[in-house]
Design a protein around this ligand. Structure first.
Ligand SMILES: NC(=O)c1ccc[n+]([C@@H]2O[C@H](COP(=O)([O-])OP(=O)(O)OC[C@H]3O[C@@H](n4cnc5c(N)ncnc54)[C@H](OP(=O)(O)O)[C@@H]3O)[C@@H](O)[C@H]2O)c1
Length: 355
């Protein structure tokens, strides 16, 4: 049985949910997968940082109501975030990067990943920034240091998409994908179909906590653009950066346009897609499209996400599931850790063996 020591960078919704899963699911992980997780460090801008080589009780982390700088009250704690020291010096096997996603240049999360890899730590992350802006560099660095780098949660949270396409569809002739990759915009389009204006639908999404106070990234397609870049690069071998992908959102759509589409047996969806043409060139975009009701994505409603992979041998294969949520995204981190564990079994980089 292997025990993996974790250093959590960022302690917002996702890493807090991971700590909850560590406290609830360790016994099941041990039984089903042969691994245990032990949190040895956390660093967060708001709460501060804590390092405890023997492990921090995950229930103390999740059940205590810490105020700003509150980690100072824990043994080994300080009131300030100390990402560099925590990443480089805490006795962690795996660094879990779940700070905010920067859509302009991916920092400082790229630097966090680089520090971790150079210090010989595996990295798992749900942060789209490092993957969309620096996956190639980070993967080379990880290979050079003999560590794993996994980021399943950067697209569609815990719903298996990246490893599913890379591993399970291997050999199927994957040559493109189309996805509903933002639950907020899909929810808004559904409400507009029912007759609400864009503004009223957005207000409802905000009241339900589905949209941020500043909804730009969701409704203008910027969030989907990062996911399209990640998938196109990862699955089709593109070398895109976000500025290479044409991006149009849904804020200009009117209820009238939606009802015209309905009259034609169609439905507007915000589609992120990429496709390899006959000459091998990859085209990617984010745009609202009016798709026929028989399209595999047409029936995907509410905040649910879905992706249709186009393959030579199977035709279209569609995966549907949650695209966000704290626990769902924390599960993506667990799936990444399991992937690292499985790649690690029999490999030279040791993990702690328990009696
Ligand atoms: N939640 C989801 O459903 C979901 C789904 C897929 C992917 N993701 C991605 O997963 C990541 C984490 O999401 P989340 O929902 O947990 O976000 P969150 O609730 O906003 O938490 C992020 C935490 O990281 C802290 N932080 C920000 N910058 C930091 C830095 N430089 N060093 C240390 N801590 C820092 C924040 O502190 P302050 O509050 O003080 O800034 C906050 O406590 C994001 O990149 C997000 O895009 C989330």
């Amino acid at each position: 049985m292997a025990t993996y020591n974790l250093a959590l960078i960022g302690f917002g919704g996702v890493n807090r949910a991971l700590a909850e899963l560590v406290s609830r699911k360790n016994a099941a992980l041990e039984k089903e997968v042969g691994l245990r997780l032990n949190i040895v460090a956390v660093s967060d801008l708001h709460y501060g940082s804590v390092v405890s080589p023997n492990g921090i009780d995950p229930r103390a982390l999740t059940e205590t109501r810490f105020s700003k700088g509150g980690f100072a009250s824990l043994s080994g704690g300080r009131s300030d975030a100390d990402n560099e020291r925590v990443i480089k010096e805490a006795p962690a096997d795996i660094v879990v990067e779940a700070t905010f996603t920067d859509r302009v240049n991916g920092e400082p999360a790229i630097t966090h990943c680089r520090w971790a890899i150079e210090a010989g730590r595996h990295v798992v992350t749900t942060n789209k920034g490092p993957v969309a802006f620096a996956a190639r560099e980070l993967k080379l660095l990880a290979a050079a240091h003999g560590v794993g780098l996994e980021y399943e949660g950067s697209v569609m949270s815990g719903t298996p998409v990246i490893r599913f396409a890379k591993r399970t569809l291997l050999g199927s002739g994957l040559n493109g994908f189309e996805g509903i990759l933002n639950g907020t915009s899909n929810f808004i389009l559904g409400k507009m179909e029912a007759g609400l204006t864009f503004d009223a639908a957005l207000r409802e999404a905000q009241e339900l906590g589905l949209a941020e106070a500043d909804p730009t990234a969701d409704v203008e397609g910027h969030d989907v653009r990062l996911k399209v870049v990640i998938l196109a690069n990862e699955l089709l071998g593109a070398e895109f950066s976000p500025r290479d992908v044409v991006c149009k959102g849904i804020s200009h759509l009117t209820p009238a346009a939606l009802s015209v589409a309905a009259g034609e047996g169609k439905r507007w969806k915000l589609i992120g897609s990429a496709k390899r043409d006959e000459r091998g060139k990859i085209h990617a975009s984010v745009e609202p499209r009016s798709i026929p009701l028989v399209h595999p994505l047409a029936g995907v409603n509410g905040a649910t996400n879905a992706i249709s992979f186009q393959t030579e041998l199977l035709g279209s294969v569609t995966v549907t599931g949650p695209g966000a949520g704290r626990t769902e995204t924390a599960y993506a981190l667990i799936s990444d850790i399991i992937a690292i564990h499985q790649a690690n079994i029999g490999a030279t980089k040791p993990c702690k063996e328990a009696a």
